[in-house]
Unconditional design. Sequence first.
Length: 462
Amino acid sequence: MKRALFTIPLSLILIGVIVTSFVLMGIKPSSSNISQAQKLAEYTKPAVVRILGYSVVGWQFNNPNDPEVMAILNQLNYQTVVGGSGSGAIISSDGYVVTNAHVVEAAQMEDEDIANAAFDQLVTIMADYFQVDYETAYEYMLTYTQYTSVQKVIKVILPGGDILDGEVKSYGAPVNEGKDVAVLKIEGKNLPTLKLGNSDNIQNQDNIWVSGYPAAADSDLLSPDSSLVSSMNAGQISATDKKTEQGSPVIQINAAATHGNSGGPVINEKGEIIGLLTFRGDTVNGQEVQGFNFSVPVNTVKEFTNQAGTKNSSSNTDKLYKEGLELYWGGYYKNALEKFEAVQRLYPNHSEIKKFITNAEQRAGDSKTLWTEYRTIFYIVDGVAALLIILLLVFTFAFKPKNRPALAAVGVPQTPPSAPPPPQVPENTIPDLNNDGKIDVQDIILALQEQQKKQQKKDEEE
């Protein structure tokens, strides 16, 4: 067993190598230091868009003797714009966007209805400028003014700065007219997306977050690119079973929101859309009261995505971006950088990727080692170690030397193990000389006599 003194310790060392490799490969990036809200904010921002739905109405003024009115119209370029802005979310990598119907209503109305709304706006401008009452300005402008064109426009502004044309693929109806949902299509591929959840599973007081572009957050004091940054506010579900006057289900939430948030996604703790913000509660003394907002359930939204012929699908951009964030938050900056650079190649105008690439590059020197990247090498080493362990065990226990008698070592011939030993005759035993069948005193006497005769004969010969 001398060889075991060498082979067994070596086998234990090899077993330790295998165990260590599995321990290292089992270490995964941990983002426990990052709050769930912060994670949701970073996951959500790239897929939340600003939507402009408006119509441009062209005017002709038929009283050349009124240069003051003509001067105002000239400043307006003989055009007025009706419509507004809202929010939405990309739900497929090829560019389908969900929002409220009322966000794009101005681009869906009949031309005459749009012109009437634009005319009211024009009359208000004239009444304010000339300091006359609305009715007087209305009668005058009605006499000399007519619309010449109506141009309907839907623009979808992505967080990365791209401004794309939107096409309505399915349309519900504005608030108090029906289900306030619209599905738009923009041109794109590998776009960031959000997942649609299931509003049947929501519970009162579930945590939610509202994401979008509230107009109240816009300010002349902010830089122009700040308009591309969405806001996220936290809250809870306040009621799950309310309905509009038309019977459409709505979810009440207490997260702060205002105009501009319309159509923005309401997110649950899994990062799934469970609704779209649609309208706010009544004002009190002419002031908005926060904490009383309503959203269209996502299962209602799904009715319109089905009508539009699209499915909720994520992209490789989403996958790589989330993997990169997990690595980045876990301190694996070099590995995160690889993921972020892959995102940039897939979708160069990703709103967050340049920031994370810069940050990962700056922190690369402090990056942890991601052992799972060496999985193939570990498997090869483990395989070789396992084979060596097997060979050592076989060498130790299966090939033992045969034990031989000690006399073999000094060269004394040995009787073959199979041959029986020769019979041994006791030294003090005499034969039966008188042939009486027993050995007794007579035999001894005969033996002594025979011995005396032999001795006498020997003496005579000498």
